[in-house]
Write a protein that binds this ligand. Structure first.
Ligand code: NAI
Ligand code: UGA
Length: 429
């Protein structure tokens, strides 16, 4: 099929390269000329395992990028993969979705044939039909249900494993206004949804929109619950990891997303949970549980610093922070818990020396006063204490002998030779 994809960030680029790999003719429409040039040169604009190879293979044949929305007219359907960030008050900011929908609608005005528009961005219920649809109708002169179809197809990929998550998902969710639209997406995704391990969920647009938020809210809540149980376990002197490993053996609960510690960050959980809370309030519902989920998450970095302060006088101390990215395998620092840890340490008078295998250059402009070390060992050298903020595999089995005081508080449960330390404390165990 001929597919256009508006927005070529994490999601749009991954979807484009993977659909090209499945044999479709794909064009990315992107306002950033540098991203367009990168893709057309056969290179990946973001780092994701398996992405560069796919772009190199398909660019110039069945994958290309352009800044010109006119390209949509040569395609059967368009995915909107535009950002849906948070406004100041935490609510969903649809400005980019509106602008992209206007440009798309204007380009579609000159297309004689019918067209299908699929929203892949994470948007609250009602956005596709009440915001995107009317803009497309106004700008294109087409009518939804006549020569324009709408669908909503949320994305569940994770950063770091985007390509395999897209090609081998647990589920593909399709909300559509018509059977024709659903049939088009079934055909597009045939190699994926025909896999035994992938469920195809066909539903209405409103449900598809909410499934994405419910999914992220569930996972964020699970981590916050695990963190609360971990905090309680620690008070009792029990090991939360042993407790939760046993709990996870119940297949109603599952052993995944059971790692307690510093909490969740990244570009999605925080913004999506906040957007859902704001949306719920707008609908007149008070989301008390989701408020608590956020409050628990926000408390963990301070708890980590308080735990360290119980062993080290932080005023004037040199403290190593190991890990800066919001999770291992990425240089993304958006809403990383490590940044809160740095701020709490600085508030208490500590000098921070940080190390991360890939994320330091992203943190440096934000915190120029922090010292950035070349390795974990260099960060630990002469430190009066250390905290672990990201569970990078290379932090397992570190040597701590260069520290002035061998005190480590671990927010992520790395593998540590406890005998080599004066104090080793887990945040939740
Ligand atoms: N990053 C992730 O892991 C996931 C993100 N999502 C959702 O997918 C959506 C997209 O997220 P990302 O890909 O992470 O965003 P992103 O910020 O990485 O990429 C968006 C791209 O759109 C481009 N753009 C902005 N305005 C444009 C316009 N008017 N026309 C054409 N291009 C334009 C930007 O230059 C940028 O390259 C969001 O709703 C997000 O919540 C969903 C699942 C996973
Ligand atoms: O909507 C999105 O953008 C995506 O958000 C998350 O993906 P991602 O943010 O890439 O990362 P995760 O692996 O889910 O981790 C999120 C955060 O939770 C933390 N986490 C995760 C699991 C766990 O057991 N404990 C824990 O603290 C991680 O350290 C990280 O800070 C979801 O897992 C994806 O399904 C979803 O598509």
């Amino acid at each position: 099929m001929h597919v256009s994809i508006v927005g070529s960030g994490y999601v749009g680029t991954t979807v484009a390269a993977c659909l090209a790999d499945l044999g479709h003719e794909v064009v990315n429409i992107e306002i950033d000329q540098e991203i367009v040039d990168t893709i057309n040169a056969g290179e990946a604009p973001i780092h994701e395992s398996g992405l560069a190879d796919r772009i190199a293979e398909h660019a110039g044949t069945n994958l290309r990028a352009t800044t010109d929305y006119a390209a949509v007219r040569e395609t059967d359907l368009t995915f909107l993969c535009l950002p849906t960030p948070q406004a100041e008050d935490g609510s969903l900011d649809l400005a980019v979705m509106r602008a992209g929908s206007e440009s798309l609608g204007r380009a579609l005005a000159a297309k004689a044939d019918d067209h299908l528009v699929v929203v892949k961005s994470t948007v609250l219920p009602g956005t596709t039909e009440d915001v995107v649809g009317p803009i497309l109708e106004d700008e294109s002169g087409k009518r939804v249900g006549d020569d324009l179809e709408l669908a909503m197809n949320p994305e569940f990929l994770r950063m770091g494993t985007a390509v395999t998550d897209f090609l081998e998902p647990d589920k593909v969710v399709v909300g559509a206004t018509s059977e024709d639209a659903a049939a088009t997406l079934r055909e597009l995704y045939a190699p994926i949804v025909d896999r035994e391990a992938t469920d195809l969920v066909e539903t209405d647009i409103r449900e598809a929109e909410l499934i994405k938020y419910a999914n992220n809210a569930f996972l964020a809540s699970k981590v916050s619950l695990v963190n609360e149980l971990g905090n309680i376990a620690k008070e009792y002197g029990a090991d939360a990891y042993e407790v939760l490993e046993a709990v996870g053996l119940d297949d109603r609960i599952s052993e995944r997303f059971m790692r307690s510690g510093l909490g969740w960050g990244g570009s999605c959980f925080p913004k999506d949970v906040d957007a859902l809370r704001a949306g719920a309030r707008e609908q007149g519902y008070d989301p008390a549980l989701l408020d608590a989920v956020v409050a628990i998450n926000d408390a963990q970095p301070r708890r980590l610093v308080d735990s360290l302060a119980a062993h080290v006088d932080l005023e004037g101390a040199r403290i190593a922070v190991l890990g800066l990215s919001f999770k291992p395998g990425t240089d993304d620092i958006r809403k990383s818990r490590a940044l809160d840890v740095i701020e709490y340490l600085q508030d208490r008078g500590a000098a921070v020396v940080a190390y991360d295998p890939v994320a330091m250059e992203n943190v440096r402009p934000k915190y120029p006063e922090v010292e950035y070390a070349e390795s974990a060992a260099a960060a630990l050298a002469d430190a009066d204490g250390a905290v672990v903020a990201t569970d990078w595999p290379e932090f397992d089995d570190l040597a701590f002998d260069g520290m002035v005081q061998r005190v480590v508080v671990d927010g992520r449960r790395i593998d540590v030779d406890e005998e080599s330390l004066e104090v080793y404390e887990g945040l939740t165990w």
